[in-house]
Design a binder for this molecule. Structure first.
Ligand SMILES: Cc1ncc(COP(=O)(O)O)c(C=O)c1O
Ligand SMILES: Nc1ccccc1C(=O)C[C@H](N)C(=O)O
Length: 425
């Protein structure tokens, strides 16, 4: 489709957008009395209007039922976490039995590594990407040290080529092959937080398995953003936070995927607690742990119901709309944003460099823009004008038009504000 950089054209695209009405289902902050243009759904998604109702429901149950709420609330708390599995399974391509919601992202990855990172003899290395999100870097370094290795010996980082902005699949595969039988685990971000690049998770998972390693994915920037088929790709484990594209609220609970081939296996070890115990017998207070026959075996503590409530509210919306419709809109709105950036660049000669892959299958909702000539002043100007983006050193703004609540008109208006901001300097 040929795009136009006009308000009429943007409105036409909004009229054709089947998801347009969902914008009203979210609460927008305001700047100068006007709803912001929100590009940071890749950091913290907006609040769904329904979230408060779900939280209020728990508050009411707590007030009226107190301890009895565990079993007699309308949505009882003792198995509240199970409500997520089937619906989240559709979002990430896992069987319901492979999905559980618990803790937070870095914590879950640590817990999953307790199961899946078992260094032994020659096989002790973890392959990850260079400049991973800092929490992942700290986490992986601390894991190898925990097992008595040094970061230098045990962490292998896949590098981008000189002057390039994203990883080449062939380089990732070559590194896995090179590390070979020394590789215990491959653990990478499925969508890179900085560039927005989507990795070929199926191929990389296969390559990891071919050298005898386990393969896990940090899906912080992937869940609710791109199509995932964790089960079909035979991924061993994955975890994601829910506060980005999944709009569950700040610091909220993380989802985890654990491949069914590890369920109910005697030779699997994990860090355990009573919420992972056979649910029918959980309250019999028996001395010996009997794991749930599914991913819930990895649960440890009783679930934080108040935190989970807004996640459930948001998940219901994902279920109503479905990932295919979100992805269809995402592709169109990201392409339109890319077009607007290119048009403005031409008009004002700004030299933006989009450091996100241009191929649709290699990117999701995020476009990262390297501002060669411009800098922090432009970012600040955008914020003052109600365009919420984020800044990543040294000179990158990230723009993620979440398909649930961003409109084509937002993209057009953003272009006009951007142009003014550049001409002002
Ligand atoms: C790729 C990635 N990993 C880990 C994190 C940290 O997650 P948390 O603070 O929820 O553990 C984030 C975002 O904060 C992220 O983008
Ligand atoms: N959880 C946060 C708390 C405070 C500030 C940012 C975050 C983010 O999520 C950042 C995000 N992971 C990123 O890709 O930059």
């Amino acid at each position: 489709m040929r795009f136009e950089n006009t308000l009429e054209f943007a409105k036409k695209l909004d009229n054709e957008d089947k998801l347009a009405s969902y914008k009203d289902e979210f609460i927008f902050p305001k700047v100068n009395g006007k709803q912001v243009i929100y590009f940071t759904g890749n950091s913290l998604g907006l609040q769904p209007r329904s979230a408060k109702k779900y939280v209020d429901e728990v508050m009411e149950d707590w007030a009226n039922l107190a301890v009895e709420g565990h079993f007699y609330a309308e949505k009882p708390w003792w198995d509240y976490h199970e409500r997520f599995s089937a619906k989240l399974g559709k979002v990430v391509g896992g069987k319901p039995s492979e999905i559980t919601v618990m803790n937070t992202l870095t914590v879950n990855l640590h817990l999953l590594m307790a199961t899946f990172y078992k260094p032994e003899g020659k096989r002790f290395k973890i392959i990850c990407e260079e400049k991973a999100f800092p929490s992942d870097q700290y986490m992986i370094a601390s894991q190898v040290k925990f097992h008595g290795y040094t970061e230098k010996d045990a962490v292998v980082k896949i590098e981008k080529r000189e002057g390039e902005h994203f990883f080449r699949t062939e380089d990732i595969l070559a590194k896995i092959e090179e590390v070979g039988e020394e590789c215990a685990l491959v653990l990478i971000g499925g969508v890179n937080y900085y560039s927005g690049q989507v990795l070929d998770m199926e191929l990389i998972t296969k390559a990891g398995h071919a050298v005898g390693a386990k393969v896990g994915w940090d899906l912080a920037h992937a869940a609710g953003n791109i199509e995932l088929k964790l089960h079909d790709w035979d991924v061993d484990f994955a975890a994601w936070c829910s506060y980005k594209y999944m709009n569950s609220g700040p610091g909220n609970a993380s989802g985890s995927f654990i491949n069914e081939k590890y369920h109910g296996k005697k030779d699997i070890t994990r860090l355990e607690g009573w919420w992972g115990h056979n649910k029918e017998r959980r309250f019999l207070m028996e001395p010996e742990f009997q794991p749930e026959p599914n991913a819930h075996a990895w649960q440890i503590s009783n679930a934080p119901i108040l935190a989970m409530a807004p996640y459930l509210a948001s998940l219901e919306m994902f279920d109503e709309v479905g990932m295919p419709a979100l992805i269809e809109k995402r592709n169109r709105i990201v392409a339109y944003l890319e077009f607007i950036l290119q048009e403005i660049d031409k008009e004002v000669d700004a030299s933006f460099e989009i450091i996100t892959p241009s191929k649709q299958e290699e990117r999701g909702t995020q476009l990262s823009v390297f501002l060669h000539g411009e800098g922090k002043e432009l970012f600040n100007y955008l914020m003052e004008q109600g365009v919420i983006t984020d800044w990543r050193e040294p000179n990158v703004i990230r723009l993620a038009p979440a398909p649930f609540y961003c409109s084509f008109k937002d993209m057009y208006n953003f272009g006009q504000i951007l142009k003014k901001g550049i001409l002002k300097n």
